[in-house]
Design a protein around this ligand. Structure first.
Ligand code: HEC
Length: 183
């Protein structure tokens, strides 16, 4: 799924460059008017290709689920990787839609909630990973789920209730820190 998102990103970048060059290649004013209408259409088409917030959040769910199993296996470099992925995808999700409405129609600033999360439990979680301390990691992970859910409730999605995962989200990944194969 990450690869798809990266491919879409590269495609958007390439199309963006192509659009810039096409626009520069049309100096006549009439042609420019047509090309700006074209550009608006093209931008709308490109926007429809960007993953939506729920899609990005589904990635957050996968990375965060894998993080649990990496921590349980005490595979700390892998845990560090999944925690960083969680954080970068949370930021991307919030950039995608920064303001949402609560059930009373009030605006909720998701960025503020994420910043509070980053400065509290996500920071603690990072520390437990670098200290390689499994019991503290488990506690910080549970506390983090409470904050995940607090944001879902604030965004009027109380039915999105995350929990301790039952199975890793990436069955192909070997979580054993002592694995010898592929060598
Ligand atoms: C800053 C707010 C915020 C935080 C923090 C947050 N989420 Fe979300 N999450 C959302 C919103 C908003 C949606 C719904 C997006 C939509 O419906 O378009 C969502 C949706 C989801 C979904 C459903 C995606 C799908 O379509 O299947 C999952 C899974 C999820 N979040 C996991 C998490 C996890 C795990 C965490 C904590 C590590 C977390 N979220 C933290 C705002 C947040």
């Amino acid at each position: 799924m990450n690869r798809t998102i990266r491919l879409v990103g590269m495609l958007l970048f390439a199309l963006g460059l192509a659009t810039m060059f096409l626009d520069r290649a049309q100096p006549a004013p009439a042609a420019q008017a047509v090309s700006s209408a074209d550009a608006a259409t093209r931008i709308a088409a490109l926007e429809s290709l960007i993953p939506d917030q729920a899609h990005i959040m589904a990635d957050v769910g996968e990375h965060f689920a894998n993080l649990w199993f990496a921590g349980e296996a005490e595979n700390w470099p892998l845990a560090d990787f999944y925690l960083s992925e969680t954080q970068s995808h949370l930021r991307w999700a919030v950039r995608r839609i920064p303001i949402r409405k609560d059930n009373a129609g009030r605006e909720i600033n998701l960025n503020n909630i994420l910043q509070a999360f980053e400065n509290s439990e996500l920071k603690t979680l990072k520390r437990t990973v670098s200290e390689k301390h499994r019991p503290r990691f488990e506690q910080a992970y549970r506390n983090s789920l409470t904050i995940c859910y607090a944001c879902h409730k604030a965004a009027d999605k109380p039915f999105l209730r995350p929990g301790i995962p039952q199975a890793p989200a990436s069955p192909i990944m070997n979580f054993d820190p002592h694995a010898q194969w592929p060598g």
